[in-house]
Design a protein around this ligand. Structure first.
Ligand code: MRU
Length: 359
């Protein structure tokens, strides 16, 4: 048994934050660029506004991007059916393209658009109610998947004193609850309910250059009152070397059919260090993040964002003096991953058990 007292963590373990809210007027997007200072929702009343919110990082995180895009399709159908009820299925195509071009790496975006496209193909009458129901289902299924992954991941971890997580994978990055952060929430929920002994301290990387760890993950953990400490990205290997971490838990933006996993830049560094220091490395992601069309991770498109996001203030306007390369994801080879936790089960990840997830 654990002797230390359970901290006064929030009884409902967060899941109070929603990055996306549907209203009759359109999709309200929590502008994550303003957090943690301001909680400000912006209304997107058209599909291109949703695409813009994704491109400019107002909403980010693979599952949340997919859900936003699904609601973007509802807005597109509303517009084109109203303007031209005979040809709306043709006219909506440009909006689907705009949404698909918003960001390249997270496959949940394309998965959600494909699902909405299949729904569109079946429709004969006023499309909005059916498409809205589909977008709501995508949202609800994501939350349910996260809860399930939370339970499975907590089972697998059992006991741990320290967990390191990267980027933001919580309620903000998903429909709610979170993937990697969902596992952390479930572990603490068990401690609170008296059904689990683990009370791990959580270390969150800062996650340069957008600071998803510092601005978002820490904000979510503080609201839950889960004990947490911020580290700069480059402190991670040193922290593991001190024996203070038993598991690294990351999310994913796209998992290739063999288990190679794209996630926030720096994830690969963490996996290399974890292997060297005999620390477990878990990926928590719903099966909507698996791209069965890609045999291996070297085919995953990696987004490179503007160098200006990386260059500090003192170099602005002086790009000729300082080049910058800003890839925002990297690929962790499957050999470095101890477990991929999905809502359909855990794989380790060998090809046979991965293939079973597809069925
Ligand atoms: O650039 P972002 O903030 O969209 O990147 C997000 C991540 O890399 C997350 O770790 C990933 O989407 C998994 S989260 C559920």
């Amino acid at each position: 048994m654990h002797d230390s007292p359970i901290p006064n963590i929030a009884a409902d373990l967060a899941d109070r934050v929603r990055p996306l809210r549907w209203t009759d007027a359109g999709l309200e997007v929590l502008d994550q660029r303003r957090l943690p200072d301001r909680t400000e929702y912006r209304l997107c009343a058209a599909a291109d506004e949703v695409a813009e919110a994704i491109r400019t990082m107002q909403v980010r995180g693979a599952p949340a991007i997919g859900i936003a895009a699904a609601f973007g399709v509802v807005l597109a159908a509303r517009r084109w059916f109203r303007e031209n009820p005979e040809r709306w299925k043709r006219l909506i195509e440009a909006d689907l393209e705009t949404l698909a071009r918003s960001r390249p790496t997270a496959v949940n975006l394309f998965w959600a658009l494909e699902r909405m496209r299949r729904r569109i193909a079946d429709l004969e009458y006023v499309p909005e109610p059916a498409l809205l129901a589909e977008a709501r289902a995508i949202h609800a299924e994501d939350i349910a998947a996260n809860r399930k992954m939370g339970e499975l991941g907590a089972d697998l971890i059992g006991q741990a004193n320290g967990i390191l997580t990267h980027c933001n994978t919580g309620s903000l990055a998903t429909g709610g609850y979170g993937t990697a952060l969902g596992v952390i929430r479930s572990i603490w929920q068990r401690a609170l309910a008296g059904s689990g002994d683990a009370r791990p301290h959580i270390f969150a990387t800062e996650t340069r250059p957008w600071l998803q760890g510092a601005r978002l993950t820490l904000w979510e953990l503080v609201q839950d009152r889960i004990p947490a400490t911020l580290i700069c990205d480059s402190a991670a290997a040193f922290l593991m070397q001190q024996g203070r971490i038993q598991w690294v838990i990351a999310g994913a933006d796209r998992i290739a059919a063999n288990g190679d996993t794209a996630n926030k830049i720096g994830t690969y560094n963490l996996a290399v260090a974890a292997r060297q220091l005999e620390v477990g490395f878990m990926v928590a992601a719903p099966t909507s993040t698996i791209d069965w069309e890609l045999p291996a991770g070297d085919r995953i498109p990696i987004e490179e964002r503007d160098a200006g996001e990386l260059l500090p203030e003192y170099y602005r306007g002086k790009e000729r003096l300082a080049g910058a390369w800003n890839p925002v994801f990297d690929v962790t080879p499957k050999e470095l991953i101890s477990a991929i936790v999905t809502e359909r089960g855990i794989v380790h990840p060998d090809q046979e058990s991965l293939d079973k997830l597809r069925a």
